[in-house]
Design a protein around this ligand. Structure first.
Ligand SMILES: Cc1cc2nc3c(=O)[nH]c(=O)nc-3n(C[C@H](O)[C@H](O)[C@H](O)COP(=O)(O)OP(=O)(O)OC[C@H]3O[C@@H](n4cnc5c(N)ncnc54)[C@H](O)[C@@H]3O)c2cc1C
Length: 392
């Protein structure tokens, strides 16, 4: 299945197409079996990460003056989609360079940019991102992780759940809130929290996922942080946070698209070869049409992902907000259906470990749930795009 359709050629610059081809080639040098064997052995895809880092892919979106590629989320999403298309999605690209890197590049002080961006750009460090809380879930306005001033320092207390990659990331960018002394209202703000800080504990959550990135519960008990741990302006609140959440959605769409493409291409290969009647099973329309529909859905979702990435890179945060939500929704749905159909196409083999598709069933569901669920996107579109009233 070609990833270089005519539409792709019209919509991407020659540099972006070259990037797509080069990343696809790197991904194919590793492939799905490298990825699954690495996970089975309890390891991380270090070699792939190192090669991607050496080629400058991991920080392609970060500013050149801080060691990045000086490009945008458009390019970083190409990297993630193509690695996923080869069966090797690197989830931490969503978190480390896309969310944390973007927030620090846009809102950090000079000192924070100089300190954090070069190691994020060359992949020598990763930063996790923690917003989800057990009692807030989809309602992030309800988070209670609170920062109190203590002289020149901050004391951060709260709990987070499902935070990815804390075992690998030396720091986590934590979304907390400060109390406005005048109004008593809580305002969102972001802190870089070292994993070895006193009072910071992380416990692995046992997930039914076959991926190198693990999820963690975090407990922050009066974690003392210096003033410079606060990223951005204490008063800018939500707008800073949203600057990081749009890239998160665009990148999750790319993650889902890569997975979906991988699943469909495996199913197509199989359907062309497997023969139990007169013709290969791919000749039966009951097998062919759902795969064709998935191909259409993937292309449509990619188109919206490209739109969202372009708007974001052009600094249209509001326009990007709607498109990023739509892209994440469309790609999540496309991935869930593509993986389901791919597994089905392989019959019993779809559920064997050997063919490497069954593990994508739960992985594809992640793109429906995180970082924002399908229903919360539909709520956003209902209220923001259509002006419908709210039920909550
Ligand atoms: C693999 C994985 C990795 C993750 N990584 C991270 C990470 O790195 N950092 C991080 O902070 N978080 C992370 N998350 C958390 C993720 O963002 C949350 O799971 C997600 O936001 C949903 O929150 P919840 O699980 O609390 O579900 P809930 O908010 O409890 O929602 C449960 C269900 O109710 C529905 N629902 C809730 N409210 C409404 C409503 N108003 N209308 C209609 N339906 C509604 C939801 O759509 C969902 O189907 C990760 C999750 C997973 C699964």
């Amino acid at each position: 299945m070609s990833s270089h359709t005519l539409a792709g050629d019209l919509l991407e610059t020659p540099e972006q197409r070259d990037l797509r081809a080069a990343v696809a080639q790197l991904g194919s040098r590793y492939g799905r079996s490298y990825f699954t064997e690495t996970v089975d052995a309890g390891n991380h895809p270090e070699a792939l990460w190192a090669d991607a880092a050496k080629a400058g892919y991991l920080g392609v979106n970060l500013p050149e003056e801080h060691g990045g590629g000086g490009a945008g989320i458009t390019e970083l999403s190409i990297v993630l989609e193509e690695l996923g298309g080869a069966g090797c999605p690197l989830l931490m690209l969503i978190v480390s360079p896309a969310i944390c890197g973007t927030v620090i590049a846009r809102f950090g002080t000079d000192a924070q940019r100089r300190r954090w961006l070069p190691p994020l750009a060359d992949g020598s460090r990763t930063m996790a991102f923690g917003i989800t809380e057990p009692d807030a879930g989809s309602n992030s306005h309800r988070i209670t992780t609170t920062a109190r001033r203590a002289g020149g320092d901050w004391l951060l207390t709260g709990r987070k759940v499902f935070v990815s990659g804390v075992d690998r990331a030396e720091e986590t960018l934590i979304v907390g809130r400060t109390e406005d002394e005048r109004t008593g209202q809580l305002k969102p703000c972001l802190f870089v929290v070292p994993r070895d800080a006193a009072g910071f504990a992380h416990h692995r959550i046992d997930m039914e996922l076959h991926a190198p990135e693990k999820q963690f519960e975090l407990v922050l008990d009066e974690v003392r942080l210096p003033a410079e741990a606060l990223v951005g302006d204490e008063d800018a609140g939500l707008s800073q946070l949203f600057a990081g959440l749009n890239p998160e959605r665009i990148m999750t769409a790319a993650f889902a698209l890569g997975m979906a493409r991988y699943a469909v291409s495996r199913a197509v290969d199989y359907a062309c070869e497997r023969q139990v009647w007169k013709a290969p099973i791919g000749a039966h329309q009951a097998i062919a049409h759902p795969l064709a529909r998935s191909h259409v859905e993937i292309e449509l979702a990619r188109l919206m992902t490209q739109k969202a990435a372009r708007l974001y890179d052009a600094r249209d945060d509001v326009g990007a907000g709607e498109a990023a939500n739509m892209a994440k929704y469309a790609a999540g749905e496309a991935a869930a259906r593509a993986v389901d159909q791919a597994v089905h196409t392989l019959g019993g083999n779809g559920l064997t470990r050997e063919y490497g598709l069954a593990s994508l069933v739960t992985a594809a569901r992640v793109a429906r749930i995180a970082p924002v669920s399908r229903e919360m996107i539909l709520n956003y579109i209902s209220h923001q795009s259509l002006g419908l009233p709210k039920s909550y």
